[in-house]
Design a protein around this ligand. Structure first.
Ligand SMILES: Cc1cc2nc3c(=O)[nH]c(=O)nc-3n(C[C@H](O)[C@H](O)[C@H](O)COP(=O)(O)OP(=O)(O)OC[C@H]3O[C@@H](n4cnc5c(N)ncnc54)[C@H](O)[C@@H]3O)c2cc1C
Length: 528
């Protein structure tokens, strides 16, 4: 039974995603009264686990699945019991139309080198090492600053220039269009694609402006100071549960099923629950919901143009892993890291061009991850002793605008069929032969389009980061005159801070938005 919301609090947090919970935990620990209002029956937002299939005892990470960007310092500050599993295989990428692929084995440099040579990319191997040595330097110098006040652009540039003098890290990784950087660095089409996908997760080029792609790439290579993407033990729900526990232990009141309907200029927050209307007064409002939602709730017109996501997520429950066309790797190796499908540089460019001209790509590029190869604790005891596995497909280059006006059920079915066709193109047998059936005999396949994400989570246009990502510095034209600007949590409305993914460094499962909003809030509340 969810507690009633108090009539007033120091801080009201709108939205109990993992970032809203992190903000609540920090502020509660600092002695402030905090109320979190979450519209869904449970907290966690896009960082949740769910029993997705009727009668199947498996709790899948329903939306987000890997953790990279959550700093150890936040886990320690809040005493979060979160364990992360490092994966041995970074990625496997079949070469389309052949029975060979590129395997990146983080523990076997010789095998990785041989794999580059086997697909005709031997010359790119040393370039690959150099390139990722550079991203490691960026990660090591930049990531620790994510929990500090924002840098100006000049400070940011200086940090990267000093990190590796002579390597032009800022010019190459921050200012150069990402496709140009990748094409100038690598020759092989598969290698180019593997590198480029990090710029395309949840992102789509906006005409000639690729700044969100560059930011997306940067955030994909700096996490934890190494750029590793780890599997959360127990699934993504365990991350949000740990934050929920921390917030409650810090004294926060968490109210679920509470849909915020408006935020007044006087920081009165109105919400509906079980068909009734309530109000609660805050000294300060923090939003874990998107920036666009903040504007809607405040009754202001959103100053930017439409926001959209561009991905399809497909969750599957398998009786066993499928056989691959490539017999030189095992399915456990190929699915042990990120399995790229139809993601060569040429295929990505072609899919982007098709989508930009208004068509869903013929061949949808996608990538797959298998949670249960790293962590079987998400399966019930009976399934643990079988060959059952979960599989998560994240498909790219399907902008929301291409599907927004279509019937949600019909478009979901269409995209699911296209994604499975793309997957099947690199397998030795149809994936359908390996799919488990639920208690009603239905195939265990769950597909989430951008329409579904907007409806279920309030993600604008299904954008997984709430809005296009931006680089982690304060632009020259912005004056740093408020705690909100200083910490990158400025909503644009004076009485509301952003804690969620819309905060400058808030995208992904990182708790950074929550941490940074709490730091800004502390400065404001202490000033009185
Ligand atoms: C399919 C998918 C895959 C992803 N994969 C990864 C991944 O592997 N790794 C990674 O790091 N990131 C991933 N991401 C991105 C990441 O999940 C999000 O950026 C992150 O979870 C955002 O957290 P948040 O707390 O800022 O916001 P959200 O999780 O969006 O939470 C916002 C909360 O606000 C609530 N809310 C909204 N409006 C209202 C209202 N009016 N009243 C009350 N409550 C409201 C929502 O219900 C929600 O609970 C993925 C996202 C998706 C969708």
């Amino acid at each position: 039974m969810t507690p009633p919301a108090p009539s007033n609090s120091d801080v009201v947090v709108v939205g109990g995603g993992h970032n809203g919970l992190a903000a609540a935990a920090y502020l509660g620990r600092a002695g402030y009264s905090v109320t979190v209002l979450e519209q869904a029956p449970a907290v966690g937002g896009a960082a949740v686990s769910a029993q997705a299939f009727e009668g199947i005892d498996a709790r899948l990470s329903r939306y987000s699945y890997l953790v990279s960007l959550m700093p150890r310092s936040i886990r320690e500050d809040l005493g979060l019991d979160i364990s992360l599993i490092r994966r041995r295989y970074s990625s496997y990428t079949p070469v389309p139309g052949t029975d060979r692929g590129l395997l990146i084995d983080a523990e076997d440099a010789e095998r990785t080198k041989a794999s580059f040579e086997a697909i005709g990319a031997g010359d790119d191997y040393m370039r690959w090492l150099d390139f990722y040595r550079d991203t490691q330097v960026i990660a090591a110098s930049l990531f620790p600053t994510m929990t500090e006040p924002m840098m100006t652009k000049a400070e940011f540039r200086r940090l990267l220039d000093l990190a590796s003098p002579g390597r032009n890290l800022y010019g190459r990784f921050i200012e150069t269009p990402i496709v140009t950087l990748v094409n100038e660095t690598f020759e092989n089409d598969i290698v180019r694609g593997v590198v480029l996908t990090d710029a395309l997760i949840g992102t789509f080029p906006d005409g000639d402006d690729d700044s969100a792609m560059r930011a997306c790439f940067l955030y994909h290579v700096i996490g934890g100071g190494t750029g590793d993407w780890d599997v959360p033990t127990g699934g993504m729900g365990s991350v949000s549960s740990a934050l929920e526990r921390a917030a409650r232990e810090a004294g926060a009141t968490i109210v679920t099923g509470a849909h915020v309907t408006s935020i007044g200029d006087d920081s009165v927050v109105n919400f509906s629950q079980d068909g009734q209307q309530f109000s609660t007064q805050a000294r300060l409002v923090i939003s874990g919901a998107s920036r666009r939602t903040v504007y809607e709730l405040a009754g202001k017109s959103f100053p930017e143009r439409d926001i959209e996501g561009a991905q399809v997520k497909v969750n599957l429950m398998l009786t066993r892993l499928p056989q691959l066309a490539d017999t030189t790797v095992t399915a456990e190796e190929a699915f042990g890291g990120t399995f790229h499908i139809n993601e060569s540089g040429t295929q990505l460019a072609s899919a982007i061009a098709q989508a930009q001209s208004g068509n869903i790509p013929d061949v949808i590029p996608c990538e797959i991850y298998c949670h249960t190869l790293s962590d079987r604790s998400i399966l019930g005891p009976e399934l643990q002793n079988t060959e059952a596995h979960t599989l998560t497909v994240f498909a790219l280059n399907v902008p929301h605008s291409l599907i927004a006006d279509r019937d949600p059920d019909e478009v979901r079915e269409d995209l699911q069929a296209r994604v499975l066709r793309s997957l099947n193109s690199v397998l030795a047998e149809p994936i359908e032969d390996c799919v488990m059936q639920d208690a009603s005999g239905k195939p265990c396949i769950e597909t989430k389009t951008t329409i579904d994400l907007e409806n279920a989570l309030g993600l604008p246009g299904g954008n997984i980061f709430h809005q296009p990502l931006t680089l982690p510095y304060i632009p020259d034209e912005v004056t740093i005159n408020t705690p909100a600007t200083k910490w990158g949590v400025n909503s644009g409305l004076p009485h509301i801070l952003l804690a969620g993914a819309s905060a400058v460094r808030g995208g992904g499962v990182s708790a950074l938005g929550g941490h940074n909003a709490a730091m800004a809030a502390l400065e404001i509340l202490r000033e009185g």
